[in-house]
Ligand binder design. Structure first.
Ligand code: 1GP
Length: 227
């Protein structure tokens, strides 16, 4: 359908947060490669449907990053399924996903589903705490990336610093390990310069919070990586 191989930039919109229509319009028309709908807390079917129907007025591809089974609905171009590699509980790696497949496996269109191997690097983030993560050393993070690429053959490895700008050196190091697995970087990108820096290494950068905090600067991140 869409050529994900060429994607460099996505915005992540949280269905639990409000944005003025005017900003949403600008996000949809920004030239970003896709919009991910996803969040950690209070993600409801209502919130997801509202965002989906708004974004659907535009041609930009839209992805649901599944956070809970109750808020899943058809109508997205793709569904991204997080598997938290550095969680200390198997639940976040594969049990909730398994439950969903037990229930809906017969009707899932597998062509639209993509697993993301998450490595969550910010202990202060909600998602780190919720998924009961432990902080990998650099060496351990590299090992997760190698497993994503060579053992699990995952389409995406997501280096997640949610809410905090990460260390470009680690992003570079991880990128060096990946060939077929695409590297997604997300966390603390608030403007042009950071977007440029991280997209030297990551295949795809994700801009989330900045949309809510400083939309004007957030919008500039698109051009910064698509020169
Ligand atoms: C969150 O990786 C994304 O899942 C983006 O992070 O909200 O810090 O931009 P920020």
């Amino acid at each position: 359908m869409y050529n994900m191989e060429e994607w460099k930039h996505v915005f992540k919109l949280d269905p639990a947060k409000d944005l003025p229509d005017e900003i949403l319009d600008q996000i949809c028309e920004s030239g970003t490669d896709a919009i991910i709908v996803g969040g950690t807390d209070n993600v409801t079917l209502d919130g997801v449907l509202q965002l989906l129907s708004y974004i659907r007025r535009y041609t930009v591809p839209v992805i649901l990053e599944i956070s809970n089974i109750e808020s899943v609905t058809p109508g997205f171009d793709y569904f991204f399924v997080p598997m938290v590699l550095n969680s200390s509980q198997k639940k976040w790696l594969m049990d909730i996903q398994h439950e969903a497949v037990v229930e809906y496996g017969d009707v899932i269109n597998w062509e639209e589903m993509f697993a993301e191997g998450y490595c969550i690097m910010n202990p202060d983030s909600k998602v780190y705490q919720l998924a009961d993560c432990s902080l990998p050393t650099e060496e351990e993070a590299v090992a997760y990336a190698r497993m994503a690429e060579h053992l699990f053959r995952l389409p995406f490895f997501y280096l997640e610093y949610s809410g905090k700008y990460g260390d470009p050196r680690i992003v570079k190091q991880i990128k060096n390990e990946l060939e077929n697995t695409k590297l997604i970087y997300g966390g603390g990108i608030s403007g042009k310069q950071q977007a440029e820096e991280m997209s030297q290494f990551a295949d795809i950068i994700v801009v989330g919070n900045a949309i809510y905090e400083n939309p004007k600067e957030a919008l500039k991140t698109v051009k910064a990586v698509k020169k």
